[in-house]
Design a protein around this ligand. Structure first.
Ligand code: SF4
Length: 203
């Protein structure tokens, strides 16, 4: 009797499949959030990223392309559309006049603020998890992201797990086993950072 090759049914393959479903949920959430404003998912992500990261300064297109993991050409098309809609400006850099920096218009800031709630449904679902489970889940997800970053599938992640100041598993307390050398204090699992302004890449 011959056997047809069966799909990998290992727990690892099923975990990867589960993560793929989560990725679909994230993509759908961005698409639906953007539709309310006549924007694509990528255009919406650009606006929210600029709102949350520019902090008064302006960002270069290359930084946005790297963070959102799109090509410069794809980003350029999305930026042109946002400019046409009056949501964004590309202006000369004050440091290098040949370079362009991105700036939200007042309308762009208002739209980005509304789009910032793109993940409201997911946050609502997560809210029902017990705090201890949330901490362990966050710790595990950050470990996964760090591994995916190490093998090049994720470009930028300013998070504890890949930070030079992070010391894993140095405390006995199960709810706060890791340490931040910059803050010089234990890090509770539920307080691990995903996008920390003090993040320092490992040399
Ligand atoms: S500096 Fe920020 S990212 Fe780095 S370990 Fe401390 S809290 Fe985490």
């Amino acid at each position: 009797m011959t056997h047809t090759p069966s799909a990998d049914n290992s727990v690892d393959a099923r975990l990867a499949a589960a993560l793929e479903r989560l990725g679909q949920a994230v993509r759908t959430a961005w698409v639906e959030a953007g539709q309310a404003f006549g924007l694509s998912a990528l255009q919406s992500q650009i606006l929210v990223y600029l709102l949350q990261n520019a902090q008064g300064a302006r960002l270069r297109p290359s930084a946005v392309a790297e963070r959102l993991q799109v090509t410069r050409a794809t980003l350029s098309d999305a930026l042109a559309a946002l400019e046409t809609k009056g949501l964004l400006q590309r202006i000369p850099s004050t440091i290098d006049r040949r370079a362009r920096e991105l700036k939200l218009t007042p309308q762009g800031r208002r739209t980005a603020a509304k789009l910032s709630r793109w993940n409201a449904a997911m946050v609502q679902v997560l809210r029902s998890l017990p705090a201890g489970e949330k901490g362990r889940l966050l710790d595990l997800l950050l470990r996964l992201i760090a591994e995916l970053q190490a093998c090049g599938l994720i470009t930028i992640a300013r998070m504890c797990r890949s930070c030079a100041f992070f010391e894993p598993d140095v405390h006995d307390a199960p709810e706060a086993p890791h340490h931040c050398r910059l803050l010089d204090q234990p890090l509770k699992l539920v307080e691990l950072r995903v996008d920390c302004p003090d993040y320092q890449p490992v040399e």
